[in-house]
Design a protein around this ligand. Structure first.
Ligand SMILES: Nc1nc2c(ncn2[C@@H]2O[C@H](COP(=O)(O)OP(=O)(O)O)[C@@H](O)[C@H]2O)c(=O)[nH]1
Ligand SMILES: [Mg+2]
Length: 236
């Protein structure tokens, strides 16, 4: 299959404190690899992955991974224009915290609020990911956030919650695909709109979108919603 062929491109931002494992998740999803000593992200990294959401519908997922906003967020005035446009031009956001790091969980609502505010009046589709689930097996008592608590926060924000590990690969694909399918469902239902001059979603065949909306929208939205429930229970 020709890798350059795609119908939609979704731009997705990785959000969360430093060292929660954002880059590792992307490396696992896009290259199926894990490094114990991964380089700290400097500036902005891009990762790309292709996903066929339904037969014949190929999505180019473009992930933005930064260190920039982690460093700048203490001082709002220092936010670079790059970071601002990076938020504004995203359709999806993966909110990541480390299950063994309480502070990273406490900061999730700050990341969420900050992005929601910056993309006004538009909306970003989120998924909450509790990361490093592998550590629980070898280190009893290392978990600092219970599943119930994380699920409660996710439901308050109205978004799905998944626990995953870049180290073992558990639920990584499921998490990225649940988020992508949710965005696709929103696109078909009209909740996510294509906008002139906006890079959150790009479409190579706008008339194709109209046709699909008329024909298969309900079925595809249902499939997309179903995809978000597909978390495997392999994380313990
Ligand atoms: N045990 C465990 N460690 C992880 C996992 N993912 C990342 N790490 C480690 O956490 C550290 C920070 O990861 P990194 O991806 O750079 O985090 P980022 O700053 O959010 O991009 C690195 O030492 C990784 O090896 C995981 O799933 N399990
Ligand atoms: Mg990083």
């Amino acid at each position: 299959m020709d890798l350059s062929l795609w119908q939609y491109q979704f731009r997705i931002i990785m959000l969360g404190d430093s060292t929660v494992g954002k880059s590792s998740l992307l490396k696992r999803y896009t290259e199926d690899a894990f490094l114990e000593t991964i380089n700290q992200t400097v500036g902005v990294d891009f990762y790309v992955h292709f996903l066929e959401v339904e037969p014949g519908v190929r999505i180019k997922l473009q992930f933005w991974d930064t260190a920039g906003q982690e460093r700048f967020r203490q001082d709002d005035n220092a936010l670079t224009s790059v970071t601002r446009s990076y938020y504004r031009n995203s359709v999806g956001g993966l909110l990541v915290f480390d299950l063994t790091n309480r502070a990273s969980f406490d900061h999730v609502k700050d990341w969420h609020a900050e992005v929601c505010e910056r993309v006004q009046p538009h909306r970003v589709t989120f998924l909450l990911l509790g990361h490093k689930s592998d550590r629980e097996k070898d280190e009893p008592g290392v978990r600092a956030v219970s599943r119930e608590e994380a699920e409660k926060l996710a439901s308050r924000m109205g978004i799905p919650y998944v626990e995953a590990s870049a180290k073992t690969g558990c639920n990584v694909q499921e998490a990225f695909e649940a988020l992508s399918r949710k965005i696709y469902g929103g696109l078909l239902s009209g909740e996510v709109e294509l906008r002139e001059g906006w890079d959150g979603v790009k479409c190579t065949a706008p008339q194709g979108l109209t046709l699909q909306r008329d024909g298969a929208a309900a079925a595809a939205a249902a499939r997309a919603a179903d995809g978000s429930k597909r978390e495997k229970k392999c994380c313990g």
